[in-house]
Unconditional design. Structure first.
Length: 196
């Protein structure tokens, strides 16, 4: 066991594309005003919480959330926290894709010119290892990233296949905590949002 180290997962605040449901991986778009407000609420929630390490996706929506949350001075950019590469589905919504491919799902269908769920799982495993090696026993590590990568990272934390990330809904601007019950990896809290 990694001596009680907690991983705090922070999904970035709202963007125009997260609001519309468009798949957003490599398109680098900013937060909306509402997304910035949620990041401010996240800052207030995290006040007084000490992190041994802070990692962020290189995408501006994650870095901006991290900055507004007050942790930019500690943050290290890690490409393993980039969102799942959706290939030809970038910028499209699931209903749009299903007009051509009925019952399409990012979790079960091939991602043409993008990444497999398993590859995202490998990136998640590398991120988990780096996070655990970056903290003292009983410490906390903050990860600022995106919905699907954090859902897959959670599945891998629980030693489930990457596609089990489909079981974990995750809202924008949310906080979740992965930790331990004795020697077993668990979800300590999930998808904590903030009041409007």
């Amino acid at each position: 066991m990694s001596k009680g180290i907690e991983l705090w997962l922070m999904r970035h605040g709202e963007t125009e594309w997260s609001l519309s449901g468009q798949h957003t991986s490599r398109t680098d778009i900013p937060l909306t005003d509402h997304g910035r407000k949620r990041a401010e609420e996240l800052r207030d929630y995290l006040k007084g919480t000490k992190f041994d390490a802070v990692f962020t996706s290189p995408m501006q929506r994650a870095r901006e959330t991290c900055t507004i949350a007050g942790l930019a001075d500690q943050a290290i950019v890690d490409n393993n926290l980039k969102e799942w590469d959706y290939g030809i589905y970038e910028g499209k919504t699931t209903p749009e894709i299903r007009k051509e491919i009925p019952d399409w799902s990012v979790w079960k269908d091939p991602i043409i010119d993008g990444e497999t769920a398993e590859h995202v799982g490998e990136r998640s495993d590398a991120m988990i290892a780096r996070a655990l090696s970056s903290a003292q026993p009983g410490g906390k590590v903050a990860l600022f990233a995106h919905a699907h990568i954090l859902r897959i990272l959670t599945a891998r934390w629980l030693l489930l296949p990457a596609t089990a990330g489909s079981l974990f809904a995750l809202g924008t601007g949310s906080v979740s905590v992965l930790g331990w019950e004795r020697e077993t990896r668990v979800i300590q809290s999930w998808n904590r949002g903030f009041e409007e």
